[in-house]
Write a protein of this length. Structure first.
Lengths: 159, 81
C-alpha cells in the first residue's frame, strides 16, 4: 500500500468541521473536479424524532483505518488529494458528522473515490453513534467490520 | 502476561468500564481473553456473536494468540458516518 500522502488531511475532531475550507484545500491547479460528501445529522431515525447524536471512537484505530482508506483511494483511483474528517461528541440536527473531499483531474475518479471512502468508512472505522430521542437513547445499528479468517497457523503479528 | 482491554459503545456500558488490565496465561488467544472478561458479565457474554476484536488496532480473528503488552479492543458493530 502507498505511504500516507503528506498532502492528504485525515482527522478526528470535536469541533465543527470547516467543510468549505476543506473542499478548497484539496483543490490543486491540475484538478478539474472536487467531489465532496457531507454526512449530516438528520432529525429522524426509524420513524422517531431524533433530538441529537453522540459519537465516540476508538480514536487511534479510527485514524489508522481512515488513513488506510485514503491510501487505498490513491492506489485505486486517478485522484489528487483526499480529506476525511470525522467529528465526535454531541452533534445537533443539521451538523456535519463526517466530511470527505476528493480532487482529481477528471470527475469520474473523484466521484468513485468519494463514494468508496464513505462506504468503507461506515463498514471499517471504529466509530459509534448513539441516538437520543425524547423518550430515551439507543446505539445505532451498525455493521460488523470484516475480520481476517481464522487459521490454525495464526501467529502473533509483529508490533 | 498483561493485556490492556478496551470496550466501546454499548460494550462499555455493559462491562461498566472503558478500559481494564487483565492477567492471562502466556500464549492465550483473544477468545480466552474475552471468556475471562465476560466471565462475571453475562450481558457482555451475550454479545459475543455481534462483536469483533482488534489487537493493537488491527481486526483479528478470535484464535489470534496474544503477547504481553498487547492492546485488545472489543468492538460492537460500527456506526460512524
Amino acid at each position: 500500500m502507498n505511504p500516507f500522502p503528506p498532502e492528504d488531511r485525515v482527522e478526528i475532531t470535536r469541533s465543527p468541521i470547516p467543510n468549505a475550507e476543506i473542499a478548497r484545500e484539496v483543490r490543486g491547479e491540475g484538478d478539474g473536479a472536487v467531489a465532496t460528501f457531507d454526512g449530516c445529522v438528520r432529525n429522524h431515525s426509524h420513524g422517531r424524532r431524533t433530538l441529537y447524536l453522540e459519537y465516540e471512537a476508538y480514536e487511534s484505530m479510527a485514524l489508522l483505518k481512515m488513513r488506510e482508506i485514503a491510501a487505498a483511494l490513491h492506489t485505486n483511483h486517478a485522484i489528487h488529494r483526499v480529506a476525511i474528517i470525522h467529528r465526535l461528541g454531541r452533534l445537533e440536527i443539521g451538523e456535519t458528522s463526517v466530511f470527505i473531499a476528493v480532487s482529481s483531474a477528471h470527475r469520474a475518479a473523484a466521484f468513485d473515490a468519494c463514494r468508496y471512502a464513505i462506504d468503507t468508512l461506515k463498514k471499517t472505522v471504529p466509530i459509534w453513534k448513539k441516538e437520543y430521542f425524547a423518550d430515551g437513547a439507543v446505539w445505532a445499528e451498525g455493521e460488523l467490520p470484516p475480520v481476517p479468517a481464522e487459521t490454525p497457523a495464526a501467529k502473533p503479528a509483529s508490533n | 502476561m498483561r493485556i490492556k482491554v478496551l470496550y466501546f459503545g454499548r460494550l462499555k456500558e455493559l462491562s461498566g468500564a472503558s478500559e481494564e488490565s487483565v492477567e492471562l496465561r502466556e500464549g492465550a488467544a483473544v477468545e480466552e481473553l474475552f471468556a475471562r472478561c465476560s466471565a462475571e458479565r453475562p450481558e457482555l457474554r451475550k454479545f459475543r456473536a455481534s462483536l469483533v476484536a482488534a489487537r493493537n488496532r488491527e481486526f483479528v480473528p478470535w484464535n489470534t494468540p496474544l503477547r504481553t503488552g498487547d492492546e485488545v479492543g472489543f468492538l460492537p458493530p460500527v456506526s460512524g458516518g
